[in-house]
Design a binder for this molecule. Sequence first.
Ligand code: ATP
Ligand code: MG
Length: 388
Amino acid sequence: MNDNIIIIRYGELHLKGKNRGFFEKMLIDNIRKALEGVECKTRFNRSRYEVFDYTDEIEIIERLKKVFGIHSISVAKKCAADIDAICEVVKGYASEMSGTFKVNTNRADKRYPFTSVEVSAKAGGAILSVNHKLGVDVHNPQIIINVDIREDGCAYIFKDKIACAGGMPVGTAGKGMLLLSGGLDSPVAAYMMAKRGLKLTAIHFHSYPYTSEMAKQKVIDLARILVDYTGPMDLICIPFTKIQEEIHKYCESNYMITIVRRFMMRIAERVAKLNNCGCLVNGESLAQVASQTLHSITVTNDIVKSMPIFRPCIGMDKQEIIEISYKIKTYETSILPYEDCCTVFLPDSPVTRPTIIKAEIEERKMGDFEPLIKEAIENREIIHIEKI
Ligand code: ATP
Ligand code: MG
């Protein structure tokens, strides 16, 4: 068992005034879920959240780094708020330190017999008594040792602040339906919206046997990586083969992708409502491909009337998206070569300047497509994705 305590600091939560309690509760629920299965205890200690009585520090830190709403964490040593005890603890850091340092004291207990400056001076002296090679630099130190004297008669001493993901706790910004393909962009879009506090349900369209089981498995694997950030998530798989075949049969081939996208939007909006989602999320990036020109986006966007579509990658270069996908570890899975249903019946030259009127004319050639949509939704498969 480890005597250390991990102090968790919130990001933007302090901005939320009256709602603070709601944000805090959501964050704590998310922290508890993220730490499920690792040995530890957690508690609230005067508006700070702490993890203690644990064994695997590295695992806990890795997990906390993925919880949105946490700004930074520190591994602290706790002792009685007694000056000699504090000096003993800081001495423990001295031998592994090099270069310049300063001690920063924060005194919540104003009745404490020494001022912050006095505590810092005594603690600094204790460090120098162990390691003479160190220099003190109060303006630009290489290392900061923090001493936090609390009102409960304890002191917390820590060296580093480990930067975490920031953002808002997942679940505090409502629910969204993520259009998840097997590519690079939509998992990154998921990460970015979860970071703003959106709880996600994913929808995936597959065209078996034109697309393989492997293609679907790849999306399940991506969702498994994403749940580290999003929390448990339902992945709703929609059989899309029949609709694509009908589009292929009746509509002009250069409008194929445009119309496929419009059907995805129709279905996604309805399934979103069935799941109490208030927005759609996709991985579109302006001008990345023919289906993502301003004209194309206008024509697909036109389908969805009852909720916004969030496109967090819209202004990002591919390279920027790739960098995030490395960071969140979806890259290796995303680049596996299994085909997406968008590549089925791919025309030689998709339109880059489609119009809504022309798309509607083409769709009318399919006759009444409502039964097709209903059937696809009825036959949806729901896969619940949890952390492994
Ligand atoms: P991605 O890398 O996310 O696959 P992409 O660059 O391949 O994106 P498109 O294939 O044009 O771009 O897809 C644009 C967006 O449409 C995707 O980011 C995703 O949100 C959605 N999408 C595409 N195909 C599917 C699918 N089979 N199921 C669910 N959503 C999809
Ligand atoms: Mg794709």
